[in-house]
Design a binder for this molecule. Sequence first.
Ligand code: HEM
Length: 479
Amino acid sequence: MPDPAIDYGDVQGTILRGYRVDLARHFILTITAAPPARAFIGALVDGAGGLPRITTAARWTVKPKCFVNVAFTAAGLATLGVTSQQLATFDAGFQRGATSSTTANMVGDVGTSAPANWIGGLANGAQVHAILSLWVDDDPAVLESVTAKLRAAFAGAFSELSAHDAHALPDNKVHFDYRDSIAQPTVMGAPPRKAKHNAPDDQPQVPTGEFLLGYTNATPGVYSVQPSQLSTNSSYAAFRILEQDVAGFEAFLVQYAAQAGIDAETLAAKVCGRWRNGNPLELVPSGPAPVLPNDQLNDFTYVDTTNVADDDTLGIKCPIGSHIRRNNPRNQAIIGTNSTHHRIVRRAMPYGPRYDAKQPDNAKRGLIGYFINASITNQFEFLTSQWNQLATFVKSAPGPDPSCAGNAVFNISGQDVFLGVNDPASSSLTVAGCGANGAGNKAVTGFSRLVTTRGGAYVFLPSITGLRYLAALGTTPTG
Ligand code: HEM
């Protein structure tokens, strides 16, 4: 089947393109007056009045100095004039919103992560209407000057609940010191990634409809909403502010590596599925080693029953419960669904200062940004509530090496170390070894949650056609 032709100029850029910038600022906004808010949206689409133009996925010859995208919550769309009948056609999770108790319980936003404790006005989901995001290559002066223009333009239309800055760390590291931004889905019909940033893989390409409404998705079906102007080329995202306890993580590595009889760096790799330098355990199982070339970093699968040396059905190299294997089990067999049907595009960056173990501090730091998908229900919520929180989704599989006598179902326990709720009474990470019924396994148990949700919102990223439709609401008959 040929790749679908996507009108890149109609798609908000962050959905299909990684901007590869160093600075970001996210404005959390309430609409205070709908008519000027609509006018502001129209001005952003056209880049009128000295405003930066909304960045689309269209190719550029000269890299822009700044990138701007805008997204709306269900409450925001309603305030702009989208009717309740129309909103009823939107994704169920999106309609419910991030602060609903159903959502919070499902995705693990409980205890200190509960929405009631969220920062920056995000705790009151009803007042969060829009998130305006600005990304800048590396010049803080550009960030400030564009911020000033945006603030002047949205004053009187929106009130700013908060603004949240993010900045890249050297080598694309995230706090906890892992290299990030390696694996992303290859979306059918999307602009090709630049060769120097490309970490190719032989995983199946992901149907366009997993990331854009109006195209065939993996089911196969087509996600769409009413009215049609808001549908094709639009998408959804979970916006998340995830605070990381770096001192706690480093202490966890030292304490629990001893429990498993491995060294701290090996435990760090087992937790993530990659060494902190980015090398995947699947290809580099026994020590961080020099970083592989870019074109090899993501080129692996977990199961190869025809080749015992390359096979890792049992998760002996890369734990079945590691972060990257839970969030993308690749070709591993999964109960009740297809392992390739829940991919997500990650556009998040670190915030807060880099942690220095020699000068410990209590500064707030973590990861902030968008987890993008065409179905919050089947992608973000599925990942967080199922694969990250359960140890029962793996299909029975003995692996091709009879001398190992294991089965995949015994080789996963607990929840994701990064994203699980991780109560010390039940938390567990299996470090698998050979042996019948998990006899050769070691488990790390009794640890606490190391990532706390500090904010979130479910948002809709309208197409350019959709933004023009919203800008014109109230002035033309609704469709
Ligand atoms: C503070 C929280 C988080 C941390 C520290 C973290 C860290 C990482 C790291 C270090 C990687 C490996 C780099 C790469 O493969 O590109 C990774 C990959 C990944 N993460 Fe996270 N992550 C976090 C939150 C999330 C969330 C909220 C989701 C989605 C629900 C998620 C989904 C994924 C996926 C899908 C991959 C790629 C897996 C693959 O394709 O092999 N992560 N993450």
